[in-house]
Design a protein around this ligand. Structure first.
Ligand SMILES: [Ca+2]
Length: 287
C-alpha cells in the first residue's frame, strides 16, 4: 500500500520537531523514502507533480545580531540590509556580513511592527505588519524619504520582481503591487500539490522564482510567479537543529541572494548565526 505523506501532517510534525518536542518525523520520512524506492522497483510510478525537495549544505557561518527579530533580509552592493520587528524595537539596518556589525540603522516608528524590506530603484521599501504603513528609505544613508499609512493589507514579506514589488500577507496569496502607489496589479494564489499554501512570509526573488519562508515551519519554498505553483521545497531542519533556538518566536525567517556571486543567505528571528548555504537536490517527495 502506498504511504502517502500528507504535507500538512509533515508540517505539523516538523514544527514540533523544530522545538525539540517531536523527534520521530525524520523516521517517518525515512520510512516513506524506503517504501517509495521499493515501490518504484515494482510498479510504474506516475509522473511526480510535486516540488523538488532540497537539503541545505552550510558553506559558511556569520555572526547575526541575536536581538534582531528578523523580518526582512536582502543583499545589495556588498552588504546585507535587514528589517526587524516587534513594536518599539523595529528598525531597518545595514549590516556587515563578515562581522555582523550594524553599519547604519534607522528606527521604524515605535508604534509599528516592522516587516519585510525590498529594493526599488535607489530606495529601500519596507512594510509594517498591521499599521498599514509602508516606508521608503534612501539607499545612500537609510534616511526616511516617504511613508504612507493607507496600505490595506497586513505586510509580511516583500521582494522585487521585474514589473514591480511582490508581497505576502500571511495568506496563500502573493500580490504584485505598483511600487509608486502600491496598487495591486496581480494576485497569485500559491499552491503546493494543488492545495493552497498559506503563512507565506519573508521573500526573495532568485532566478525567476519567489523564495518564501513558511512561517513557523522549517521550510522555504520556491514559487513560480507565473502560476503560483511551488516548484522547490527546501528542508532546513538540520540548520534549525544546529541553532537550537528556545524562544517561541525564534523561527527561520530571512532570505537574501547575492546574485553577482550566487550566494544564498538565510537566518532566523533572534538567531545568533546567519548561514550561507548551497542547495542539494534530493529524491524526497512531498505528496
Ligand atoms: Ca528577502
Amino acid at each position: 500500500m502506498r504511504l502517502k505523506l500528507q504535507f500538512w501532517a509533515i508540517l505539523a510534525a516538523c514544527t514540533l520537531s523544530a522545538f525539540g518536542e517531536q523527534p520521530s518525523n525524520a523516521q517517518v520520512q525515512e520510512q516513506s523514502a524506503a517504501e517509495s524506492q521499493q515501490q518504484a522497483q515494482t510498479t510504474e510510478e506516475p509522473a511526480y507533480p510535486g516540488p523538488v525537495v532540497y537539503q541545505p549544505k552550510v558553506v559558511a557561518r556569520y555572526p547575526h545580531d541575536p536581538a534582531a527579530f528578523t523580518q526582512g533580509l536582502l543583499w545589495h552592493s556588498g552588504a546585507l540590509y535587514e528589517s526587524t520587528g516587534r513594536v518599539g524595537q523595529s528598525d531597518v539596518r545595514k549590516v556587515d556580513l563578515e562581522t555582523g556589525k550594524i553599519l547604519a540603522r534607522r528606527p521604524i516608528p515605535a508604534d509599528q511592527f516592522g516587516e519585510g524590506i525590498a529594493i526599488w530603484d535607489d530606495e529601500f521599501i519596507s512594510l509594517t505588519w498591521q499599521a498599514g504603513a509602508i516606508h521608503r528609505w534612501s539607499m545612500a544613508d537609510l534616511s526616511l524619504i516617504a511613508s504612507t499609512d493607507r496600505f490595506p493589507f497586513e505586510g509580511w514579506g516583500i521582494t522585487t520582481v521585474e514589473d514591480g514589488l511582490i508581497f505576502s500577507d500571511g495568506s496563500a496569496n502573493l500580490r504584485v503591487i505598483d511600487p509608486e502607489n502600491y496598487g495591486v496589479e496581480r494576485t497569485i494564489p500559491v499552491t503546493l500539490n494543488s492545495r493552497p499554501l498559506s503563512q507565506l512570509n519573508e521573500l526573495e526573488m532568485i532566478d525567476g522564482l519567489v523564495f518564501a519562508n513558511i512561517w513557523q515551519t522549517p521550510y522555504i519554498v520556491a514559487i513560480d510567479p507565473a502560476d503560483g505553483v511551488v516548484r522547490k521545497l527546501i528542508d532546513f531542519r538540520t540548520v534549525i537543529n544546529e541553532v537550537q533556538a528556545t524562544e517561541f518566536g525564534a523561527v527561520l525567517n530571512g532570505i537574501a541572494w547575492d546574485a553577482e556571486n550566487r550566494r544564498l543567505f538565510v537566518t532566523g528571528k533572534l538567531w545568533p548565526t546567519l548561514f550561507e548555504v548551497e542547495l542539494i537536490k534530493t529524491d524526497a517527495r512531498i505528496r
